[in-house]
Design a protein around this ligand. Structure first.
Ligand code: ADP
Length: 269
């Protein structure tokens, strides 16, 4: 019996060793995949705006006097816009690095959703262009125990995408609903939406649905940061397709565990 047990133990140990080795190999492969994805994303996402900035600055310096005021303004706007894009990219990379390193120390405080939405809108005003934004938040939503910096970053990333991937002049809607158990906040747009088979994948690092879309150069990091931040805060985030018309819908759900004051048991549904 002892010998049989010892045999079984040896088999089990061998299995654990193999699994660990396989996990290590899988981990190494995944690290390598992320590293090369990071490098190619970095070179594309840094090179494109840098080329625009250098080109516009060179034109201004060499031929500035040949241009009229409107053309000079356009070149200056390119430099500013691309510079801002670079800043967002670097900020996203830093966020992701902090998230991956587990280095995020939460500073939770009671957050009023409408204030956070207002602050996020303020921050990305310049990126909304001709989009029209409609905010529809019930007045009686519970306060949430969140880190407002992270939460606003999530909203900024979602609004940035909504503006980036939908036509100028279309609507972006921010709405919320809550009951005793959860609060749901949605950001929806009137763009082309996200194909059903991509709804989960868009949250992966560096995943972009339309990689060749240089016009809307992005990092493929925004949504993975959104998911990372929302989960750190105790919520969930998912993407869906609008049913009423075309467009993407992102829904953030916070359970009652992050309500600042636990709802009373006898409160109405
Ligand atoms: P980025 O926008 O920098 O590419 P994200 O992680 O924010 O990276 O988004 C990943 C991909 O998901 C985008 O490249 C785009 O293809 C798709 N996507 C995100 N938001 C929307 C949206 N509102 N409408 C359509 N597609 C979207």
């Amino acid at each position: 019996l002892l010998a049989a047990l010892a045999d079984q133990a040896a088999v089990a140990i061998e299995r654990i060793r193999l699994t660990t080795e396989m996990d290590a190999a899988r981990l190494a492969a995944e690290t390598e995949r992320l590293r090369s994805a990071l490098l190619s994303s970095l070179s594309h996402d840094l090179k494109t705006p840098l080329a625009s900035i250098t080109g516009a600055a060179t034109s201004l310096r060499q031929y500035g006097e040949l241009y009229d005021a409107a053309a000079r303004e356009e070149l200056a706007a390119t430099i500013q816009g691309e510079g801002e894009r670079l800043s967002r990219f670097v900020a996203n990379l830093l966020d992701m690095t902090r998230l991956k390193a587990g280095g995020i120390v939460l500073k939770r405080e009671p957050v009023d959703l409408s204030e956070a939405v207002g602050a996020a809108l303020q921050r990305i005003q310049g990126l909304l262009g001709e989009h029209r934004v409609v905010v529809n938040l019930p007045a009686d939503l519970p306060m949430l125990d969140l880190d407002v910096v992270l939460f606003e970053q999530v909203l900024v990333n979602l609004l940035d995408n909504a503006a980036k991937y939908s036509p100028p002049g279309s609507w972006i809607a921010i709405s919320a609903a809550g009951d005793r158990r959860k609060v749901e906040l949605t950001v929806s747009d009137e763009g082309p939406g996200i194909p059903a088979e991509e709804l989960e994948r868009v949250f992966e690092m560096f995943h972009r649905v339309n990689k060749g879309d240089r016009q809307r150069a992005g990092t493929g990091l925004g949504l993975s940061i959104c998911r990372g931040f929302v989960e750190v805060l105790g919520g969930t985030i998912r993407a869906a397709i609008r049913t009423d018309r075309s467009g993407a819908v992102f829904t953030i759900t916070f359970p009652e565990a992050v309500f600042t004051v636990m709802p009373r048991e006898d409160a109405a549904e």
